[in-house]
Design a protein around this ligand. Sequence first.
Ligand code: GDP
Ligand code: MG
Length: 611
Amino acid sequence: ILTSSCRNFSIIAHIDHGKSTLADRSLTGTIDKKGKGNQQFLDKLKVERDRGITDENLTPHSMIHTYNGQRYLLNLIDTPGHVDFSWEVSRSLAACQGALLLVDATQGVQAQSLSVFHVAKDRGLEIVPILNKIDLPAAQPNLIAAQMHSTFDITPDPDPILRISAKTGLGVEAVLKAIIERVPPPQILSEGKGERGGEGRFKGFLFDSSYDRYRGVISLVSVQSGVLRKGDKIQSHHTRKRYDVIDLGIMSPEEVSTESLREGQVGYVTCNMKESSEAHIGDTLHRVGELVDPMPGFKPSKAMVYAGVFPVDSNDFPKLEESIKRLTLTDRSVTISRESSTALGQGCRLGFLGTLHMDVFRQRLEDEYDASIIVTAPTVPYKVVYKDKKEKFVSNPTDFPDVLDSSGKVKEVQEPIVTASIIVPEEYLGEMMDLCFTHRATAMDHRYLDSSGRILLTAVLPLSEIVTDFFDKLKSRSSGFASFDYEDAGYQASNLVKMSFLLNSKPVDALALIVHRSAEQEVGRLWVKKLHKVIPRQLFEVPIQAAVGNKIVARETLSAVRADVTAGLYGGHYERKLKHLNNQKESKKKMKRIGNVDLPQEAFFDILSTK
Ligand code: GDP
Ligand code: MG
């Protein structure tokens, strides 16, 4: 098959809008009769369902389709359904020339499809808009088509939107036709043409990888030029590491081993690569000794949300760390470092691509580790800019510069900001604007998506404002109707301060927070109240204070308790008395002593845990 007859495309869809059904139907012509659809439905992680994304990987499918007497090779390349994985999204889209934009005719456009659509559009991909599920009585194809015209900036005349039912097969033939006619073939680079008998130098673009216990890393590669064969010696442009190609082939949709992978093709490659961290998404592979220009714009994914993870029982740290390491074998985008805290003991600090990524990992970790963990409130990477123009990223409040900054070297502090998109029925617009406003939104804007009153609200917000409970509030204040997504919008200078908490005038390291100046009173009061509730009374009075620099912004006082707690118990209750004493001994062991104050470990769990 000639390169001009190859089509590489992906499907952009919100969860349950029919991506898997269309993939099965169009590329194999059949629907799995074993009720696989149902099983998939059950298998998905709850967080993913709640958040409306799909993290399940569609393996790339390849199929031959005959159209107008000519044979075409169609390659479906999967993209993560969420821009938390924006790096992966943009890399897998880089291996495609077109994208099917699939929207459920009963549900309409959702925020997640919108953000992935923007990435595809920016990359210059040919977009094939499709309305799915038109067989359902509840389908509103005309209304949803109007939504698509306005949201995706599609000219309605002639209307390019295909109307199909992936389930019944209605209109699926037209989808294949549109892929062939509208999506351009891959552009072949002519690097080193004429060498090796005219086939040119091999250049492969690594756009995805998976891990198999027996075979090691399985890389998905789109061949930009030349041919790759079994036994070839290849090299990573990024790491300079060398490998022997053990097996390669196409996905149809199961792996089918082939002799070679040629330019324009997309397939899998296994070699002696042992760790997923060696497979850098966006990397360029070439034959040893044959230099090629790497694919442009390679950058490793960057963690945007950090949280500390600690075992509830500190003896379990090795077990927790092992579980984390095992999970990162299959999720290379999580960064790990060790962290220790006076309050919580030994733990790990993990970095995630976004809040959804964090929630998904957390749920996997809880399943894998099978014991309780404490996840501390998430923080974002702040940028400290010094007067000598040096910059430093700080994600742990302990490392944040003090407001007093006696050195005078700090010019400003910047925080990551995002552009949020919220799609919601108009009656909730006020609630949503209010929610964004209380989360320090600037530059809010909204417009109607269609005549039924659905609205797209966009707002620029600090990332730190959406990493905790923003999503839950959004859902509850819109009765579950709002869909939400966000995109990275760079860094912005901000008036941020470090808040410390003092017990009996001594600071507690694990409790430090970074807050916006405008919220210092409110946050300080809230936390001081929380502490007051969970800290047991001591033999003496304990002031609990929130401080910014040397200014106290909030205070509560824990009154003293009488020395002998058994004093009230008399003779007849000897047993009870004994039990009480034992309890006291028992809890003594788990006490942390800060500023002369005895704190039970549980107090920290209550305060620091995000659950
Ligand atoms: P995905 O999450 O985007 O991969 O969605 P699925 O392909 O798993 O489909 C979600 C659900 O919608 C499944 O129960 C499918 O059977 C159903 N479905 C998909 N396409 C259609 C369609 O055209 N018509 C109807 N009635 N149901 C569909
Ligand atoms: Mg699916």
